[in-house]
Design a protein around this ligand. Structure first.
Ligand code: SF4
Ligand code: SF4
Length: 573
C-alpha cells in the first residue's frame, strides 16, 4: 500500500511557525503560550528540491501545503519552493491551506501566477470582521480579504473554509454572499470535531481561550444541527452499542486508512515522512504529556504509559524515515510501512494502533467530518470494478461492492440483504451495478431489487442520506418488442420508476433520505470505446460526478428526481 510508485499526494508541513494563535491548534496552549515541546523549524528549500526529483514530481498528482503546527505562507522560501514544484510538473495540483493574513498583495499575485490553474488555495476564515479573530487569533480580516482578492484577481482559484462555531453561526449567509462577491469558487462550512474531549469521549460545551495567562473568553460548538460534527453526534449511539469507553469498538472496527485511500503521505517540518498528520500530533501535542490540556488524550493512546504512536515511530529508527538522511525510495523500504498496515488487523492488546482505530474506524471518523463536501460523506458504490463504477469509486473514495471486490452479487437475495444492511454505514449509496437484461438467465431486476431492500432498511432505521441510481436514457424510448422485448429498457424503466417513487417518499416527508436517478446516454470509457457502435463521442464521466456533487449541494429541503444527460453522438468539432 505504501510504496513510492503508489503515492499520488505528498502533504508537506514545511514549517512549525505561524502568525496566528488558534485556540484549538496544538502549536499553542489554548490560544495562549507557545507549546514548549514543539521544535520550531522550517524545512529547508534545498532539502525539498533535492528530495523531490524531476521524476518523483512528474509522477505526483498533488502537493498539499498544510502543516499540523504551522502555516506554509510564513516559510521564508515558500514562493521558491512552489516555483520549483511548478517547474518540474506543469500539471501538478498545488493545494494550499492558509490563514491568509501575512504578506502584501503583490506576494499573493506572484503566488497566483506560479500556481496557475492547476491548484487552489483554501483560505481558513472563520467568520467576518468582528468574529474571525476569535478563532484565528492575531489575524486581520481586512488584510486576509485584501490578500485573497489579490490572489483571485490574478486568476488564482480560491475557496473559503469556515469553521462554524456558536459565535459565527449567525453570519453564514453574509459570508456566503461576500465569498461570491470576491470571487471565491465556493465556501465550505466545516463541522469541527475539535470539541471532542478524548479521555471521556464527550463533547465539551465550551473551550477556554487564554490571553496573557488568563481566560479571556470561551469558544462554544455551533447550535445548528446541520453544522454539527457527525461523528460527535453519533457518539451516544455508539456508546449504547459498545459501552462508555468504546473499547470493543476500537478493538474491532475495520480501519480504512485515509492515507491509503488517498494514496498520500505527510512530511513534517523536521523532514520526517509519516502516513498522516495524526501521527505527527502524537509526537508533539502537549495533551499526550499532560492529560489536563484540552482536548486531552485517551488512555488507549498509551502503552505502559508511553505514547503508542511515538513508540511505534521510535521502534523503526526515525532517522531513516527522514528526508535529511534518506531518499524517498529508501524511506519506503523501511519496515515501518508494512508493520503499520499489519497493525490494523490486530487487536488493541497485541499491536493495533489506537490512533488509527480512533481516526479511521468505520463509525467514528475524526478526519472526514471537517473536510469539504465529498470528503465529509462516506460513499458506497456497487459495480466498482470497471467503467463508470470504478471511476466514481476513485473520485468519491467510495467503498466498492462487487463480486470481484468483496464477493457480493446483486443477483443473490442473501447478498442484497447484506449490502442493504451494510449501506446503513454510508451517507451516499450509488446503485450502479446492472445485473443484465432480465431475459438473461442470471439477471432478474437485481438493481431494482437491491433498491427496494435499501429503501426498506433506510426507512426502518430513519436514515438520513442519499441514494443515486444509475439508470439510462434508454428507459425514455418505447420501442416495439421486435424481434424480442428490449429487456434492457424494461429493466432500466423499472429502476426509473422505483427511484422516482422513493423521491416522492422524501417529498412527502415519509423518509428522511433523498433519491435521484441519473440517466446518461452512452458513456465515454474503455469499454464503450471498444464497441462497434462507438462514434468517437460519449459522455465524459466527470459530468456524472459533477451531477452527483450538485445534487448533494442542493438545499436540504430540495431533491432532484432525475437527471438525463444526452450526448451528440455525431459531434465532430
Ligand atoms: S493558522 Fe493553522 S497553524 Fe496557525 S495557529 Fe491556526 S491552526 Fe495553527
Ligand atoms: S491515523 Fe492511521 S489509519 Fe488513519 S490515516 Fe493515519 S496511519 Fe492511516
Amino acid at each position: 500500500m505504501f510504496a513510492l510508485d503508489n503515492i499520488n499526494e505528498f502533504q508537506l508541513g514545511i514549517t512549525t511557525y505561524c502568525n496566528a494563535g488558534c485556540p484549538q491548534c496544538p502549536r499553542n496552549i489554548l490560544g495562549g503560550k507557545l507549546n514548549p515541546k514543539l521544535p520550531l523549524c522550517h524545512l529547508d528549500a534545498d532539502i525539498i528540491k533535492k528530495t523531490f526529483t524531476d521524476a518523483i514530481v512528474k509522477q505526483t498528482k498533488q502537493i498539499f501545503f498544510c502543516g499540523s503546527y504551522g502555516d506554509p505562507i510564513v516559510h521564508p522560501q515558500f514562493l521558491d519552493i512552489v516555483e520549483d514544484f511548478r517547474s518540474k510538473n506543469h500539471s501538478l495540483y498545488i493545494y494550499i491551506h492558509t490563514n491568509g493574513s501575512a504578506h502584501k498583495k503583490d506576494w499573493w499575485m506572484s503566488l497566483a501566477e506560479i500556481i496557475g490553474q492547476n491548484g487552489r488555495i483554501d483560505f481558513n476564515i472563520d467568520g467576518l470582521a468582528d468574529t474571525n479573530h476569535l478563532y484565528r487569533k492575531n489575524t486581520h480580516f481586512e488584510k486576509i480579504i485584501e490578500n485573497a482578492s489579490a490572489f483571485i484577481s490574478m486568476g488564482g482559484i480560491a475557496e473559503w473554509n469556515y469553521i462554524v462555531f456558536k459565535h459565527n453561526e449567525h453570519q453564514l449567509k453574509q459570508a456566503e454572499d461576500l465569498s461570491q462577491s470576491i470571487g471565491f469558487k465556493k465556501i465550505n462550512f466545516r463541522k469541527t470535531g475539535r470539541f471532542l474531549q478524548q479521555d471521556n469521549l464527550e463533547e465539551l460545551d465550551k473551550w477556554p481561550v487564554y490571553t496573557n495567562n488568563k481566560i479571556d473568553y470561551y469558544l462554544e460548538p455551533t447550535t445548528i444541527n446541520a453544522h454539527k460534527n457527525r461523528s460527535i453526534s453519533n457518539l451516544s449511539k455508539l456508546k449504547q452499542e459498545y459501552g462508555e469507553d468504546l473499547y470493543d469498538y476500537f478493538d474491532s472496527t475495520p480501519i480504512k486508512c485515509d492515507a491509503c485511500v488517498g494514496k498520500k503521505v505527510s512530511i513534517t517540518a523536521e523532514g520526517l515522512v509519516l502516513p498522516c498528520n495524526f501521527f505527527e500530533h502524537n509526537l508533539y501535542d502537549l495533551r499526550f504529556d499532560d492529560q489536563s490540556i484540552l482536548p486531552s488524550s485517551n488512555q488507549l493512546h498509551f502503552d505502559n504509559k508511553q505514547n503508542q504512536v511515538e513508540k511505534f515511530i521510535n521502534d523503526h529508527n526515525p532517522s531513516t524515515l527522514n528526508i535529511h538522511n534518506s531518499s524517498l525510495e529508501e524511506i519506503f523500504q523501511n519496515p515501518f510501512w508494512n508493520n503499520l498496515v499489519d497493525s490494523w488487523n490486530k487487536n488493541l492488546n497485541n499491536g493495533r494502533i489506537f490512533e488509527c482505530a480512533f481516526t479511521c474506524g468505520k463509525k467514528l471518523t475524526k478526519i472526514w467530518d471537517q473536510h469539504e463536501l465529498t470528503m465529509e460523506k462516506r460513499f458506497a458504490i456497487t459495480g466498482d470494478s470497471k467503467g463508470l463504477g470504478k471511476y466514481l469509486k476513485e473520485h468519491f473514495k467510495a467503498e466498492g461492492i462487487s463480486r470481484s471486490t468483496n464477493n457480493l452479487d446483486i443477483t443473490s437475495q442473501q447478498d442484497i440483504e447484506k449490502i442493504a444492511l451494510d449501506s446503513l454505514e454510508y451517507d451516499v449509496f450509488i446503485n450502479n451495478a446492472f445485473d443484465g437484461p432480465p431475459h438473461e438467465p442470471w439477471a432478474n431486476y437485481g438493481q431494482v431489487n437491491l433498491l427496494h431492500e435499501i429503501y426498506k432498511q433506510w426507512k426502518k432505521h430513519n436514515k438520513v442520506g442519499y441514494i443515486f441510481n444509475i439508470g439510462s436514457i434508454g428507459a425514455n424510448t418505447i420501442v416495439a418488442p421486435e424481434p424480442i422485448f428490449e429487456t434492457y429498457r424494461v429493466a432500466k424503466s423499472a429502476l426509473q420508476h422505483a427511484s422516482k417513487q422513493i423521491t416522492q417518499s422524501y417529498k412527502q416527508n415519509i423518509v428522511g433520505f433523498k433519491c435521484t436517478l441519473i440517466s446518461p446516454d452512452r458513456l465515454d470509457n474503455e469499454t464503450t470505446r471498444t464497441r462497434s457502435n462507438w462514434t468517437g463521442n460519449g459522455i465524459g464521466m466527470k459530468d456524472l460526478t459533477s451531477a452527483i456533487e450538485w445534487c448533494l449541494s442542493c438545499e436540504s429541503n430540495t431533491v432532484v428526481d432525475e437527471i438525463s444527460i444526452y450526448c451528440n453522438l455525431l459531434h465532430n468539432v
